[in-house]
Design a protein around this ligand. Structure first.
Ligand code: HGA
Length: 610
């Protein structure tokens, strides 16, 4: 959330910063701004409410020009989205700062700085940091020392980039709890919240660790850790093609990402499975040793990743017979919890920077557990660095705020993990081979579902004028129903609730009438007959049903029951396949309603604030 980008170069940086902001817009889009220093050592600034396009327009009319600059796209936490609250924030007319995160003690600092004569022009916590650094700059006359002294006073989470017109050759950046990456160029260097922002200018990145402060110059980068010791951070090359941040022929990133699923699911299983087995070593060299001791799995995640964790619980308990608990990170971290010593602590996060998930992991570490496993999409992220075992999902950059391919690759990775764990808990070679075969069939089956796109678009018309909807599923399809409902609310703003189908009669049935479409996922499994009875209950109350069903499940289309036949799939892999039609349904409803599909209102991706 909130996107930061910065550049130090011989060339004019305005274009680099603007393109960086466009690529970071998924992280926040209520306002945007930029500050640069030109040869005359003057700090120039532009800020606009709304999307990056508004800033681009303003800059076209009044260009900024300079060889060093910082820019920001905002998702407000402190102070409404407005021009005065937009970043960069300045202290005087020489120091400018951009910030991602939350300063918890900002009110005390604000009072103190006001008493010292600093004037505030915004409601943000960020402006406090600008004045605080300026206060120390007056004392130290050195930006590094000023930043170091200022951040020692901050409580909360931040990634900061700071420039000062009196020191026009470098940027200072630091991180504590919010992501920041350095892009290494030739004769120029960059910084950003996400490497995607910098792909047009470099493919080599250094990831800052918590507490690091980095001095970024045109021809040098120097980093000091929390203790002030000079440190080297490894340069990692970005592996996906730079076009992965482009929409190509697709109307929206979300649609492109839905269509990428067969390829990225395949990439996620590659190198981790043979024809018949899961390669346990792919989780880490010590995987066999760690997994054999595990007697409990605690899954922690947020949002869509939490739904992936809920599916995994069904798999882990069914295939490995190991007890598994799943909890949203923001709840787990603020309650007294008991962690057994033989627990595998499994965190799922697309970005690997989700604030609540990271906090939960760090807390649990204090309590002690056998090992931490990360399922994550961003190499080098905090979550990956802080875990013992890792399965990287190979989804590539996901730009649409509503997660799609990250979810199905998380599920693929979770199933691979489950098989590795189950092998230590009595899973037979035959059963493992049967499920590995089903995993290998996934890309083809998802392709078959994508072929139903036009029919699903037709079906979506029935939702356009509705205000509410229900999603039903049983067993491992219940989290699929939850994820389907989440997608619909996120991008079409239709109120959607998901229930285990058996819960219908305990309350939600009261809501069902002809204005309440009911969406159901019905693969052919042991629960399908029970599910059909639940559908009858809905039909008897005049509810209109939209059923995605296995042809073998024999759900009949009739008046008020729309059935879309899906390919026959293995019961274990069915949640992955059945997710896809629900993604397409939400997408088409949102397109018909004319909402902003890739950047829905009030939301942002990569939730790096609490
Ligand atoms: N607190 C700052 C930055 C917000 C942020 O990082 N959001 O994700 C503000 O409100 O401007």
């Amino acid at each position: 959330m909130c996107g930061i980008v910065g550049a130090v170069s011989e060339r004019d940086v305005q274009g680099i910063l603007l393109e960086g902001l466009r690529r970071l817009e998924y992280r926040g889009y209520d306002s945007a701004g930029m500050a640069v220093i030109d040869g005359g050592r003057v700090t120039q600034r532009a800020r606009e409410v709304g999307k990056v396009a508004s800033l681009a327009e303003a800059i076209e009319t009044n260009p900024l020009s300079g060889h060093l600059g910082i820019a920001h796209t905002r998702w407000a936490t402190h102070g409404e989205p407005s021009q005065v609250n937009a970043h960069p924030h300045m202290s005087g007319d020489r120091l400018a700062i951009v910030h991602n995160g939350i300063i918890e003690n900002y009110q005390d600092l604000r009072d103190e700085l006001k008493a010292d004569g600093f004037e505030f022009t915004s409601q943000t916590d960020t402006e406090v940091v600008a004045h605080l650094i300026e206060q120390y700059y007056r004392k130290h006359s050195n930006l590094y020392d000023a930043v170091k002294a200022a951040i020692a006073r901050l409580r909360g989470a931040y990634a900061l980039a700071v420039l000062h017109a009196d020191e026009p050759d470098h940027l200072l950046v630091c991180r504590e709890g919010s992501p920041l990456v350095i892009g290494v160029g030739i004769g120029e260097n960059f910084i950003a919240s996400d490497q995607l922002a910098l792909l047009p200018v470099t493919d080599r990145f250094m990831f800052l660790e918590e507490g690091d402060i980095a001095d970024i110059r045109r021809d040098a980068v120097s980093i000091h850790d929390r203790e002030g010791t000079p440190v080297e951070r490894k340069i990692i090359r970005f592996e996906h093609g730079s076009d992965s941040a482009e929409k190509g022929e697709y109307r929206h990133f979300m649609l492109k990402e839905i269509y990428e699923q067969p390829a990225v699911i395949k990439a996620t299983m590659e190198g981790r499975t043979t024809d018949t087995r899961v390669l346990e070593q792919a989780l880490g060299t010590d995987a066999a040793n760690l997994l054999q001791d595990v007697n409990h799995v605690q899954i922690i995640a947020c949002g869509t990743s939490y739904h992936a964790g809920m599916v995994a619980r069904y798999w882990i308990e069914e295939l490995a017979g190991v007890p598994c608990s799943v909890e949203v990170a923001s709840e787990f971290r603020y309650r007294k919890h008991v962690i057994q010593r033989d627990t595998l602590f499994l965190c799922i996060s697309q970005s690997g920077e989700t604030a609540d998930t990271l906090a939960a992991l760090r807390q649990a570490k204090q309590a002690g557990f056998r090992a931490a496993l990360a399922i994550c999409n961003v190499p080098g992220s905090s979550l990956v660095r802080e875990s013992d075992l890792v399965i990287m999902t190979q989804a590539g950059p996901e730009i649409g705020v509503a997660s799609t391919k990250a979810f199905t690759t998380q599920l693929t990775a979770l199933l691979i993990f489950t098989l590795a764990l189950a092998r230590h808990n009595g899973l037979t070679e035959e059963r493992e081979a049967e499920i590995v075969k089903a995993i290998h069939q996934l890309p083809g089956q998802v392709d078959q579902v994508l072929a139903l796109d036009a029919e699903i678009a037709e079906m979506s018309k029935a939702f356009m004028d509705k205000n509410h909807s229900l999603f039903l599923g049983r067993g491992s399809q219940f989290p699929v129903a939850l994820e389907g409902a989440l997608k619909l609310k996120e991008i079409s703003y239709i109120h959607a609730e998901a229930y285990p189908a058996g819960e219908l009669k305990h309350g939600p049935l009261a809501l069902v009438d002809s204005e309440m479409p009911v969406v159901t996922v019905a693969p052919n499994n042991a629960l399908v007959e029970k599910l059909k009875s639940n559908l009858e209950e809905v039909r008897a109350r005049g509810g209109e049903l939209f059923v995605f069903a296995d042809s073998a499940a024999d759900v009949k289309a009739e008046e008020g029951i729309h059935v879309m036949q899906l390919p026959s799939v293995h019961e274990i892999t069915a949640p992955i396949v059945y997710t896809v039609p629900l993604q397409l349904l939400s997408y088409h409803v949102a397109v018909l309603k004319g909402t902003d599909v890739d950047q829905p209102r009030n939301l942002a991706k990569s939730v790096t604030v609490e």
